[in-house]
Design a protein around this ligand. Structure first.
Ligand SMILES: [Zn+2]
Length: 104
């Protein structure tokens, strides 16, 4: 899929993002995340490592929605374009249309 240089750049981007978070001491708190069960969904326990090579803010999860189709990809292999997203719960949550990762 990727050559070594591209992969190294992606990992560098992820590490840079993590270092920024550690420096600022910011974490996306679980109690800030709306409960999906009120619309028949849930948040996956597993935390995505990255979003097709792009940094994912720590604490962001994949939303599973029973009323919506299954996401075609896992976050790490997501092929959705940037901006291919869906707002749910009256605009409170933004999910990737490719994998369901929280992008709010
Ligand atoms: Zn995605």
């Amino acid at each position: 899929m990727y050559d070594d240089y591209d992969q190294a750049c992606q990992w560098a981007d992820i590490v840079r993002g993590l270092l920024e978070v550690i420096e600022r001491g910011q974490v996306y708190e679980n109690d800030e995340i709306p409960d999906l069960s009120e619309i028949g969904g849930y948040w996956e326990e597993r935390l995505p490592l990255h979003h097709n090579g792009q940094f994912v803010y720590p604490g962001r999860r994949v939303g599973r929605l029973s009323f919506y189709h299954q996401w075609p990809y896992e976050p790490e292999e997501c092929q959705a374009e940037r901006g291919e997203t869906i707002w749910i719960m009256d605009g409170r949550i933004l999910l990737c249309r490719g994998c369901g990762v929280d992008g709010t």
